[in-house]
Design a binder for this molecule. Structure first.
Ligand code: FES
Length: 120
C-alpha cells in the first residue's frame, strides 16, 4: 500500500467558511473547499473534457419526485463543472448521473493547528 504524504495548503485564515482555494500540490492541481468548517479537497480537472472543475459553482443537490416540484438536499455538496455543467459530489468525486463513468479524485483535508492540510 502506498503511503500518503501530508501537504500544507495555506494558513486557515486564508480559507474561511464558504471559500475555496485552488492550489498546486506536487504535480497536481486541487481545489480545497471550506464547507461550513469542513475541509474537502478534489482534483481540479473535469474528467469530461478537462475543464478547471474547481472554478465551477458549489451548490446543493436538487432532486425532484414530481413534475414542477424540486427539493434541495442540504447534506450533499455538488460541484458543477463550468464548461458543460456535469455535477460531482464533492465528497466522493463521483458524477451524479454517471458515477461509474465520470469520477474525480478526492483527498482527505483537515485543519491541523493553524494550517489547512491535505493528504495525497
Ligand atoms: S468539461 Fe466538465 S462537463 Fe465538460
Amino acid at each position: 500500500m502506498r503511503e500518503r504524504s501530508r501537504h500544507v495548503v495555506c494558513p486557515a485564515g486564508e480559507l474561511p467558511p464558504g471559500t475555496r482555494k485552488i492550489a498546486k500540490v506536487g504535480r497536481r492541481e486541487i481545489g480545497v473547499f471550506n464547507v461550513d468548517g469542513r475541509f474537502l479537497a478534489i482534483t481540479n480537472i473535469c474528467p469530461h473534457h478537462r475543464a478547471p472543475l474547481c472554478v465551477g459553482p458549489l451548490t446543493k443537490e436538487m432532486t425532484s419526485s414530481k413534475v414542477g416540484e424540486y427539493e434541495l438536499r442540504e447534506e450533499r455538496n455538488v460541484l458543477r463543472c463550468p464548461w458543460h455543467s456535469f455535477e460531482f459530489d464533492l465528497e466522493t468525486g463521483r458524477n451524479l448521473l454517471e458515477p461509474d463513468r465520470y469520477r474525480v479524485a478526492v483527498y482527505e483535508a483537515a485543519l491541523e493547528g493553524d494550517d489547512v492540510v491535505v493528504y495525497m
